[in-house]
Design a protein around this ligand. Structure first.
Ligand code: MSP
Length: 524
């Protein structure tokens, strides 16, 4: 067999100043769904996530709580690790930026930039947003009546004056503009690329970037090589996690050789600038090839409003999994949010969507078909007789159109999983119409041989649906495949084909429902 093609993707690594919320859940699930999709499509996938433990934001939170930054990082990293388990995330590694392997990678990055003469010591005097861990020019800020200045995202800035190392980002204005125009896939969706281009092309170009904090102000960071008075700016350290995970600084490491350059860095739209400007500039400077695509997803709001503690609408992955179940939650988020856009979450809508698509849709189709087979065909896959045009048409869609539709590169490679799921659900609808028309329950008395054909066709269609849904609901789809006795090595997309169709006579297990209905509680 030919070697599998490598495919590398990452999530942003969340700050650990707090516990995970729905926004983090969405990003982890979106990336996981792509990772699982590509594995089913025959790729050798490496999927990395982790935690961003340094920086002022984390240090300040620890101070507020009267604990050490390491203690808060340990506590919240554990919460993130638990959350990814709860959401069924299939990451291959998890980088904590406080790990020795990451210090090594970040410090090597620094050395490389320094060797190129791209780092110099100077004084920083300017505005800083701790919430965004980012520097701002006067012109990027607005002011309220009291004189407090805010960023575009509404976070407060403070004036900082300190000795700092700088990276000569200004030298990268032209190479970056060249990158965006020769490789428009570098940032997706294109609306985000256009924002970045406009920012880089601003008059005067990019300004040099402060890349260290003096110990008088912040001690919580990766130490700067050869200067114990400074720690590295958190974004320089954090971005490097994407190569720490492949064994950098050892560029001969088998993982690095196989998986770099990265296929997708999946991030939220608020941090596009760091990924589309700083990261490629650092990499060019360090003679490391650039990732292929930065994919910036939208934000999830709750009941139409931005999640915030003061509004009281912050949802945790734990509560969500408890209310809806792990896989219905994954389905819901992927079905509801369109490519790169903001999405909204509301309980009423969630219940409606889960019940209509999963419980009443695919769950009901599988349960009623497989139960009929179990009861009326001696617990084994029946043998079909002569197939009529309708039977053939349904199987044709299952074997050809379904996979072709969901694997269309224009859809998948742009993370349009809502469209992928609509294609699958349309096919479920087609199967439902077929059951209603063929009415196997009537055939049971009138024409039992025809009933067997109809049930066979349906079981085969359900096999294809279950294979195609594994990337979003792996457990439930896996259970359907177990019930149909499909072997583990015949569950990838390549097996959605007539060649691997169900064998008549295979005995089945007693079917059990895989997607329970969610009962709406009456408001108190
Ligand atoms: N630590 C940085 C990332 C460093 S990557 C080298 C960071 N952390 S974060 O905790 O603020 O955000 C982590 C990810 O969650 C980001 O991609 C961010 O966009 C995403 N989200 C945070 N809130 C979100 C929503 N409400 N909706 C969707 N994603 C959101 O930024």
């Amino acid at each position: 067999m030919a070697d599998k093609q490598p495919f590398y993707l990452t999530t942003a690594i969340p700050y650990v100043n707090g516990v995970p919320h729905l926004g983090h859940a969405y990003e982890a699930i979106l990336t996981d769904v792509m990772a699982r999709f590509k594995r089913l499509d025959g790729y050798d996938v490496m999927f990395l996530t982790g935690s961003d433990e340094y920086g002022e934001k984390n240090a300040k939170k620890a101070e507020e709580q009267g604990i050490t930054p390491q203690a808060i990082a340990d506590e919240n990293t554990a919460a993130f690790q638990e959350a990814i388990q709860l959401m069924g995330i299939s990451n291959d590694d998890f980088i904590r930026t406080t790990e020795a392997r990451h210090h090594k990678a970040a410090q090597e990055m620094w050395r490389r930039l320094n060797e190129k003469g791209l780092i110099y010591l100077d004084k920083y005097a300017g505005w800083y947003s701790v919430r965004e861990e980012s520097f701002f020019a006067e012109g990027e800020l607005r002011e309220d009546e009291s004189g407090q200045k805010f960023t575009e995202l509404g976070t407060e800035v403070e004036w900082v004056e300190e000795e700092s190392y700088f990276f000569k980002l200004s030298e990268f204005t032209a190479p970056l503009l060249e990158l965006y125009s020769t490789n428009p896939e570098f940032v997706q969706p294109s609306v985000r690329l256009n924002e970045i281009k406009a920012f880089v092309a601003q008059e005067g170009g990019l300004r040099d970037l402060s890349i260290s904090r003096h110990k008088n102000r912040l001690e919580w960071g990766v130490p700067v090589p050869n200067d114990e008075d400074h720690v590295m700016y958190v974004w320089l350290d954090a971005l490097t996690n994407y190569i720490t995970g492949l064994g950098f600084p050892d560029m001969d490491d088998a993982r690095f050789k196989k998986f770099w350059p990265c296929d997708y860095h999946v991030i939220g739209k608020d941090i596009t600038r760091f990924h589309a400007i700083y990261w490629p500039a650092f990499l060019i400077a360090a003679d490391i090839p650039l990732p292929k695509t930065i994919f910036a997803h939208g934000f999830i709001n709750v009941n139409g409003a931005k999640m915030s503690k003061s509004v009281g609408n912050v949802l945790s992955p734990e509560e969500l999994v408890k209310t809806y179940g792990q896989e219905p939650l994954r389905y819901l988020l992927m079905r509801e949010v369109s490519h790169g856009q903001d999405g909204n979450f509301s309980h009423e809508h969630a219940v409606q969507r889960i019940n209509s698509d999963l419980a009443n849709g695919v769950g009901n189709l599988a349960q009623r078909t497989l139960s009929m087979i179990y009861k009326n065909c001696e617990g084994a896959i029946p043998a079909p007789n002569a197939l009529n045009e309708k039977d053939k048409a349904l199987l044709e869609t299952a074997h050809n159109a379904l996979y072709k539709g969901i694997s269309d590169p224009d859809i998948v490679n742009q993370f349009k999983f809502n469209e992928v799921l609509m294609i699958i659900m349309n096919f479920v609808g087609e199967c439902d119409r077929y059951v209603d028309e063929q009415a196997p329950w009537t055939l049971k008395k009138e024409d039992p041989e025809r009933m067997k054909t109809v049930l066979y066709v349906l079981a085969e269609a359900i096999r294809c649906i279950a294979i195609s849904m594994q990337f979003v609901t792996p457990g439930a789809a896996g259970k359907i495949l177990d019930q149909l006795k499909v072997s583990d090595d015949e569950r990838s997309f390549a097996h959605i084909s007539v060649e691997y169709a169900l064998k008549s006579g295979t005995s089945m297990d007693k079917p059990e429902g895989v997607f329970p209905r969610i009962v709406i509680e009456e408001a108190a």
